[in-house]
Design a protein around this ligand. Structure first.
Ligand code: VG1
Ligand code: CO
Length: 541
């Protein structure tokens, strides 16, 4: 086996501010493309010789090819040991768990999350640091700068490694260890939650459906829910990871997880439903005929956290992304703990978690997690709900409605306009940025604050600007506009709308109706129809 240095040309890698490289599979199939990115990462790291690298992905098309490329490059670049999930599989939270549990230097996670897979779909790769979390901006910026001047990469001429069976191989001077992708993650879950109580819940006839959406969480959910917790076979739907996710869109929301939504409708349907996304870091929570918004889920879990052994001592604090509703803030207030508002993206929670300032974190985009790893964690959220349900023995709807009665309800909705013309979307945001609305009236309300959200990390002082345009009303209602950083076609405009309703007798309205005037005002203010040509959003969650 010989180390080969291959000449290459600089390329425009990961866009700064995004937490990975996410492109069409066809782009990744170009010669040297993945290699350039991987070498750019390796070139930016401190000395990792002899250290551990974790590698795995969500099993989508191109995952296996990419794993082999990375193993050879890792060996040629002097890593001591590479831990790779069997079959090239590791959910994003499981990868974070393994990085932490094994004291790895870092990890490469292969996924485009909830984006469709297959030869015409998307692929992605990101680097996580030794704390198990996505690399912070100063690292991703260094990687980006490096990729623009890169002129060679190192690889090894060698046969492919058998990644389908657990075992050890020597590749050059590097040990390649193929590991069970589930074991360490399942052990961590067992430490956090009351598995006996959940087992008793299932034994008593409680029924649930977990929709793995033909993506990575199937093996994890089967091993934990069906094998360890005694849920009947068939509890896990779409449980075999497929390279194209069965042609579906592995995004756990009301639109894409329609099989699950249908399964949870009507008398006699299961008590509890949940779904996760392509790489296993998102979750959607349903009761019978009842949808829990991710913002409410964070608030309910925070309010009930001490029912779970791993959180019995209480929470240090809560963090939510800026567009996530204020529901969790009111729980934090009642608990007398801090609540932080961060920009969108899990990487911003990392420093707060590392500093021990927060225990629970959440995003409106179906992401919830805690200090147990440094990624959001779909199955973790499902198990936390199960633990709460096992202890409270009430329905999902009853728990959420009681929560609203106590804390007030935040009506919330996100409207996405996907695949719009990029220039039109940027023009729309630019024009909004130029407005000055503080002190004016809109939708019959006083505008208390109008700005483009900027964040200073309270731990390390790093700053991030232009994180979303906020219209905050004096009564607490809010409209937020952002452009997605994860799409691969055109631009996606996200509009987030919320309003607080403290009156328990007025908490039973459909959010689209309860928010109708704000939704209209949001469209008018941004001239959405005129500028994008879209009369309606593509996805409403
Ligand atoms: C979206 C979500 C954001 C999430 C990100 C990654 O980003 O809005 O909350 O952190 O996806 O999620 P954007 O920029 O498209 O709005 V995933 O499941 O890729 O790890
Ligand atoms: Co994801």
């Amino acid at each position: 086996m010989t180390v080969k240095t291959v000449a290459t040309t600089p390329f425009e890698g990961q866009r700064p501010g995004t937490s990975g490289l996410r492109k069409k599979v066809r782009v990744f199939q170009q010669p040297h493309y993945l290699e350039n990115f991987v070498q750019s990462i390796f070139d930016c790291l401190d000395d990792f010789s002899g250290r551990i690298l974790v590698v795995g992905g969500d099993g989508r098309f191109h995952n296996r090819v990419a794993v082999q490329t990375i193993l050879k490059m890792a060996a040629a670049n002097g890593w001591g040991r590479v831990l790779v999930g069997q079959g090239g599989i590791l959910s994003t939270p499981a990868a974070s768990c393994v990085i932490r549990a094994r004291g790895a230097f870092g990890g490469l996670i292969l996924s485009a999350s909830h984006n469709p897979g297959g030869p015409d779909g998307d692929f992605g790769i990101k680097y996580n640091t030794g704390n198990g979390g996505p690399a912070p901006e100063r690292v991703t910026e260094a990687i980006h700068d490096r990729s623009r001047v890169l002129d060679r990469y190192r690889t090894l001429e060698a046969d492919d490694i058998d990644i389908d069976h657990p075992g050890r191989h020597l590749l050059g001077g590097t040990i390649i260890e193929v590991i069970d992708p589930v074991a360490e993650y399942a052990a961590l879950m067992e430490n956090l939650f009351d598995f006996d109580a959940i087992r008793a819940l299932f034994a008593g006839g409680f029924s649930m459906r977990f929709d793995a959406m033909n993506a990575v969480t199937g093996p994890y959910a089967r091993a934990i829910l069906e094998e360890r917790l005694g849920a009947p076979a068939g509890t896990v739907m779409n449980g075999t990871p497929l390279e194209d996710f069965g042609g579906g869109h592995p995004d756990p929301n009301l639109v894409h997880a329609h099989d699950l939504v249908a399964a949870l409708s009507g008398a006699g349907s299961p008590d509890f439903g949940a779904a996760s996304d392509g790489d296993g870091d998102r979750n959607m929570i349903l009761g019978r005929d009842f949808y829990v918004t991710p913002s409410d889920s964070l608030a309910v879990l925070a309010a009930n956290a001490t029912l779970c052994p791993g959180y019995a001592k209480g929470l240090a604090g809560i963090a939510r992304s800026m567009p996530t509703s204020g529901a969790a803030d009111r729980v934090a207030k009642k608990l007398g703990i801090p609540c932080y508002e961060t920009p969108t993206g899990w990487k911003f929670f990392g420093s707060l978690l590392d500093a021990g300032r927060v225990t629970l974190c959440g995003e409106e985009s179906f992401g919830t997690g805690s200090d147990h790893v440094r990624e959001k964690d779909g199955l973790w959220a499902v198990l936390m709900w199960l633990n709460v349900l096992a202890r409270r023995r009430e329905s999902v709807a009853a728990i959420v409605k009681a929560h609203w009665a106590e804390y007030g309800r935040t009506y919330y909705s996100r409207h996405d306009y996907e695949g719009v013309d990029a220039d039109a979307a940027h023009g729309l945001m630019e024009r909004l940025r130029g407005l000055s609305l503080t002190g004016t009236r809109l939708a019959g309300r006083d505008v208390a604050l109008f700005d483009d959200f900027a964040y200073t990390d309270p731990v390390d002082g790093s700053t991030s600007a232009h994180q979303g345009i906020r219209v905050v009303f004096a009564d607490g209602a809010r409209i937020v506009y952002r452009l997605s950083g994860t799409g691969t076609e055109g631009a996606t405009l996200r509009v987030y709308i919320e309003r607080f309703e403290p009156d328990a007798s007025a908490q039973d309205t459909d959010p689209q109706i309860a928010l109708a005037d704000l939704i209209r005002a949001a469209g008018d203010l941004a001239e959405i129809k005129a500028r994008t040509g879209r009369a309606e959003p593509t996805v409403i969650t």
